[in-house]
Design a protein around this ligand. Structure first.
Ligand SMILES: Cc1ncc(COP(=O)(O)O)c(C=O)c1O
Length: 385
């Protein structure tokens, strides 16, 4: 089946968060992480059928919903889970906040590598915890955890480590050795691991495979809360459905207590969208990944020619490219690019000013124009030799 990623529905008149920010202005949005593509036709068909049913009472996950998850994690990631470990969530951001509150107490520290997906930085504040920010480092063109710095920053009040795997915004898919060294550090400091794996199916390198943190060993599984969702891969975040996988019964009870009566139930369309994605979305998923790889090639080709803009490492996963624009010496890079007609993610929001994040989940011609505009801003502010 052919899927069309070249012509996307116009989102300007819809309720899109991404497009609403620049309504009425000539600014192309490439910030918040959703794609401009229509989702898989199988998902649209399943939702249409459900709408035609006409009754939208309170939903509950069916045995088929659990089966879809269990089969999918086993098939795609070689991870065998027990359905009892699953806790449904309306959104993974709720899961990040709940994970922090499920362990320790106000005043404790939360270990956060930076740059960090912004809710990793706001969630500790929401829970009156202290985010201990530890910068990732570039070694031989490879973004890595700085384990000595993590060790040095970890005090006895640290209770949880926020891991993003694959890593938004750096695009890393971590190897088994890297995951083992970071989980080893967590074990030594008795840290719970909140492993946000929402980008696990958007992996570009044929040589890289996502490894679920909790699949490393039963011991690591006991200290890990894994956050997952079909929303990034199948572009259905508006259906609001995610889930946590928590093998440790005590941790799971604590997590459930935190969200009880606060996090809303998943809606009918969320369960169905996820189920259909996992059961029937494979062909669309592969086609989407192919298309994204083409976009990534274009980014690598164009950014290479831009003065003062560096993509240190080709993303191995995600549809997000992390651009270093420090050489341009802009007081506010986000504002400068916005003025140049592109709405990028602001590195300052990720804890690292001087960088911007480019969302390339869009038709190629739009991406070409986005890159042209980024290049024009770079030319205008290029560093003197
Ligand atoms: C690492 C990560 N976690 C969570 C989310 C958001 O998930 P949700 O929409 O389910 O809250 C995103 C969205 O970009 C993300 O990149």
């Amino acid at each position: 089946m052919d899927f069309n990623f070249e012509t996307c529905p116009d989102r300007t008149e819809t309720d899109s968060t991404k497009w609403h920010r620049y309504a009425g202005r000539d600014v192309l949005p490439a910030w918040v992480a959703d794609m401009d593509f229509s989702t898989a036709p199988a998902i649209v068909e399943a939702l249409k059928k459900r709408i035609e049913h006409g009754v939208f009472g309170y939903p509950t996950p069916r045995p088929q919903t659990f089966d879809a998850i269990v089969n999918y994690l086993a098939r795609e990631h070689g991870w065998q889970i027990d359905p009892d470990w699953i806790v449904f969530l309306p959104a993974l951001v709720a899961g990040i906040n709940a994970s922090i509150r499920a362990v320790g107490q106000p005043g404790d520290s939360v270990m956060v590598p930076i740059p960090a997906y912004p809710p990793f930085l706001s969630a500790p504040v929401n829970s009156t915890r202290i985010a201990k920010r530890v910068p990732m480092i570039l070694q031989n063109g490879n973004w890595q955890f700085d384990l000595p710095a993590l060790e040095a920053a970890t005090t006895p009040d640290a209770k949880i480590f926020l891991l993003c795997s694959p890593y938004n915004p750096l695009g890393r898919v971590f190897t088994r050795e890297e995951l083992l060294s970071v989980t080893d550090y967590c074990t030594r400091h008795n840290l719970v691991i909140c492993s946000d794996e929402i980008h696990c199916d958007i992996v570009h390198n044929s040589g890289s495979r996502h490894i679920p943190t909790a699949s490393l060993s039963p011991e690591i599984a006991q200290r890990t809360i894994t956050l997952l969702s079909a929303s990034k891969t199948y572009n259905i975040p508006g259906l609001t459905c995610g889930y946590a996988v928590i093998p440790n019964a005590d941790l799971r009870t604590r997590f459930r207590r935190v969200i009880a009566g606060i996090a809303t139930d998943v809606n009918i369309f969320g369960y169905l969208g996820m189920e259909t994605a996992y059961n029937e979305g494979g062909e669309w998923h592969r086609a989407c990944l192919d298309y994204l790889r083409g976009n990534l090639d274009l980014i690598c080709e164009k950014v290479r020619t831009m003065p003062g803009v560096t993509l240190h490492q080709r993303p191995q996963a995600t549809y997000l490219a992390w651009l270093d624009v420090r050489e341009l010496n802009l007081e506010n890079p986000y504002a400068a690019f916005e003025q140049g007609g592109v709405g990028l993610g602001d590195g300052a929001d990720f804890g690292t000013p001087g960088f911007v994040r480019l969302n390339f989940g869009c038709p190629r011609e739009r991406l070409r124009e986005i890159l042209r505009r980024i290049g024009a801003v770079a030319e205008q502010h290029q560093p003197a030799d």
